[in-house]
Design a binder for this molecule. Structure first.
Ligand code: NAD
Length: 502
């Protein structure tokens, strides 16, 4: 595979990181999937092909499921401590391979090295959290109200899982699914996005080296996710599908899973409102707005998609945000001093451009537009739009790019009506110095997560997830482990049951 790499000679780190990626592995060995096509990975900063990995077929995927079904029962019988120790070794290994993983993330997603290192740490934190959770008691014991029976509830692993991840945070999303699945005692097939398979392959390689038995974790890289996943979901041996990605694909998977009444977790799209009230601390509001908007260059499901700003603070907020956005230095993610890398591909650039143009045509004004490098690469200028009308497409579609769309409001009720006017309900943000208002507004926002005077809601200890069409289930926290457990209850005679029972 090394021969097929095309990396600029100066990028020694990049070359080494790419050369270390396994080409794709399945089942009970490091064998490549059945000979077939290859999946080509491109660097969004240059548009160049940088690596190839196996393009798995449906048969390859079924082989992976066979391995998961075979290896799963023994893994389920390991002690919680053994699983925890394995995951702790994986954490150490991720830290030891931090630079290699970070380079792969920069090369496949386009994010800056600083952000990529942050993703490696964040991903390792999920593994550590579930290493710790693995040994916590699950289940409960109680006595029936009539005292006649004792109720013992025990957690069991659900069985082989299909874990489908998106391209924007490929390593963290893989870790957020794989770690709780393994901690619960499940075997898993990881299906990364076709744009970003590299970090997932290395993550799985490290997991196997840390002691995860062959077959318990496999990776299926494919250019045909629809057929491959449908085939797996239809197979009786699969017990669960966990998906992070867009709402339209989530709907398709829910329909397929419904045919088999399969356990599902769905982390879907968002359309986060960022509410700034007149009484907000301006400096704090702008600082947190930059985090909520610009983490991952706006390519995040919890990215602030709509800034709703009260009339009294709107001019000052807009001017300060415009200043910060214009100062962003855009360039290749690996270059020193660069704050923002490219978007992931040409489609992402076209979508952001379409949404900005649509808003402009409907009356929005462009108040900031940072410069981007000439030449190749999928760059999009950090942009601030003001006076965005409610009917602009950007108010209902995820922009998934560095565009801040500001609309103004006068009353709290108006702000809430606009904030909740979406089919999505993932994250929302409230900026105010009034504690009562913060609680009141947070309570009325229709979303799974609310940041109060904070632009960052993601945390390994928190139940991440949405309501409405943003998904089902939660990842992170103790709740994330339950997604991979089924509860069985044992009914036993109570201490006070009459002899012979009733
Ligand atoms: P996507 O839905 O296009 O793809 C996600 C994954 O699904 C990829 O692995 C892809 O190969 C696979 N896929 C595509 N079509 C499929 C099909 N028919 N059957 C089975 N699998 C299929 O999403 P994306 O463009 O990779 O990611 C961006 C989306 O993900 C955004 O909407 C974003 O909000 C969402 N997202 C949500 C969260 C969350 O936690 N809620 C986190 C990150 C991203």
């Amino acid at each position: 595979m090394t021969d097929q790499l095309q990396v600029r000679p100066a990028q020694k780190d990049a070359k080494e990181a790419l050369a270390s990626v396994p080409s794709g592995f399945l089942a009970d060995s490091w064998r490549a999937p059945a000979p077939g096509g290859v999946l080509t990975v491109e660097d969004p900063a240059t548009g160049e092909a940088i690596a190839t990995v196996a393009d798995c077929t449906e048969e390859d995927a079924l082989a992976a499921l066979g391995a998961a079904a075979t290896a799963g029962p023994a893994w389920a019988l390991t002690s919680p401590r053994e699983r925890a120790d394995t995951l702790h070794r994986l954490v150490a290994s991720m830290h030891a391979h931090r630079e290699r993983l970070a380079w792969l993330l920069t090369l496949e997603v386009g994010k800056t090295l600083a952000e990529a290192r942050g993703e490696v740490d964040y991903a390792a934190d999920y593994v550590r959290w579930y290493a710790e959770e693995a040994v916590r008691p699950h289940g409960r014991s109680t006595v029936a109200p009539d005292g006649r029976s004792h109720i013992l509830t025990v957690a069991e692993p659900v069985g082989p899982c299909l874990l489908i991840t998106p391209w924007n945070v490929p390593l963290a999303m893989a870790a957020r699914k794989v770690a709780p699945a393994l901690a619960a005692g499940c075997s898993a097939i990881l299906k990364p996005a076709e744009l970003t398979p590299l970090s997932s392959l290395v993550f799985a390689e490290l997991a196997l080296a840390a002691g995860v038995p062959a077959g318990v974790l496999t990776v299926v890289t494919t250019s045909a996710p629809a057929g491959v996943c449908a085939r797996l979901i239809a197979d009786e041996r699969l017990r669960k599908v966990s998906f992070t990605g867009s709402t339209p694909v989530g709907r398709i998977l829910l329909q397929q899973a419904g045919q088999r009444v399969l356990r599902v977790s769905m982390e879907l799209g968002g359309n986060a409102p960022f509410l700034v009230f007149d009484d907000a601390d301006l400096e704090l509001a702008v600082h947190e707005a930059m985090i909520a908007k610009m983490r991952m260059g706006g390519q995040s499901c919890v990215a602030a998609n709509r800034f709703l700003v009260q009339d009294g603070i709107a001019d000052r907020f807009t001017a300060a945000l415009a200043e910060r956005m214009t100062a962003i230095r855009v360039g290749p993610g690996w270059e020193d001093g660069v704050d923002l890398g490219p978007l992931v591909d040409a489609r992402a650039v076209a979508k952001a451009a379409r949404l900005v143009e649509d808003a402009r045509e409907r009356g929005a004004t462009v108040v900031a537009r940072a410069p981007v490098p000439d030449g190749p690469g999928w760059y999009f200028p950090p942009t601030v739009l003001d006076h965005v009308p409610a009917d602009a497409a950007i108010c209902s579609e995820e922009v998934f790019g560095p565009v801040a769309a500001i609309s103004r409001f006068s009353t709290e009720d108006e702000a809430l009506a606009r904030a909740n006017d979406t089919e999505h309900g993932l994250a929302a943000y409230v900026l105010t110095s009034d504690f009562d208002r913060a609680r009141r507004v947070a309570g009325r926002l229709q979303s799974g997560m609310v940041g109060i005077n904070r632009g960052l809601v993601s945390n390994v200890a928190a139940p991440f997830g949405g309501i409405k069409q943003s998904g089902l289930g939660r990842e992170g926290g103790p709740e994330g482990l339950h997604e991979y457990q089924q509860f069985k209850y044992l009914s036993m005679p109570g201490f006070h049951a009459p002899a012979g029972g009733a």
